[in-house]
Write a protein that binds this ligand. Structure first.
Ligand SMILES: [Fe+2]
Ligand SMILES: [Fe+2]
Length: 244
């Protein structure tokens, strides 16, 4: 069942509470009363169609409205992706790191095992931060430049040059940040002896599953929507230049 504009926002959360962080990313907070999705989006000045496409791609992985999502402004998509990055770096990773630290004081777990988990997680944090930095410093500014050139009709005289960065480079270098997370989950599921009081251990595992699902959705949007969108923009710019 897909989410539509007539549904009450409260029912959306009842249907799939995993959507809450996605909805928060749009600046929308709990306390919906009886308002529908459409009404809440209007109150928060959120683009309703864009909101529906994003929540539905997350809610139902088989729903991937390639053509429709590609019709939104690239800037809007990048804003959403950047908010997701912020959520990983400022909220999710510190939260999980804190849970791992608590294993030392709140459980009977072997400190060496906690250290192993901590080291693995720290190296994962660095990997994800580097991945995000590359996108924020290199890829997104490039896309915003293309968007501006297309909006203003300006011909980029130096575009494309043989050594210029294109979205093809991003496509090639866009590495998979989920596989290491899978390894981390396996360390917990298969190899580390669980503490007697396993609640905290289970919470950590649950958080890693949630993060993985979010990262998968994020990477899908980048690979299947952002890249083709930018390829189209590049073609338009090359065409504009050849017509000059
Ligand atoms: Fe990203
Ligand atoms: Fe990425």
């Amino acid at each position: 069942m897909l989410i539509n504009k007539e549904m009450k926002m409260a029912d959306v959360i009842h249907l799939n509470h995993h959507l809450l962080p996605i909805i928060n990313r749009f600046g929308i907070q709990l306390g919906f009363g009886e308002r529908t999705v459409q009404e809440v989006c209007k109150d928060y000045a959120v683009n309703l169609d864009f909101f529906l496409e994003i929540v539905n791609t997350f809610h139902d992985p088989s729903y991937f409205p390639l053509r429709h999502l590609r019709s939104f402004a690239p800037g809007m998509l990048i804003d959403y992706l950047q908010k997701t990055h912020l959520y990983y770096l400022k909220i999710k990773l510190p939260e999980i790191a804190q849970y791992i630290r608590q294993l030392t004081t709140n459980t009977d777990m072997d400190p060496n095992h906690v250290q192993l988990l901590q080291d693995f997680f720290t190296s994962y944090e660095s990997e994800l931060s580097a991945h995000i930095n590359r996108e924020e410093q290199r890829v997104y500014p490039y896309i915003r430049t293309l968007e501006k050139a297309l909006q203003t009709g300006a011909v980029m005289t130096d575009y494309p040059t043989s050594e210029a960065y294109t979205i093809h480079h991003y496509e090639e270098e866009h590495d998979d940040v989920e596989s290491k997370l899978f390894d981390l989950k396996n360390i917990i599921i298969k190899y580390l002896p669980s503490p007697v009081e396993s609640r905290l251990f289970n919470i950590i595992l649950h958080e890693l599953f949630e993060l993985e699902k979010d990262l998968n959705n994020h990477a899908h949007i980048e690979d299947l929507i952002l890249v083709p969108m930018v390829e189209k923009m590049e073609k338009e710019l090359i065409k504009a230049k050849s017509n000059q």
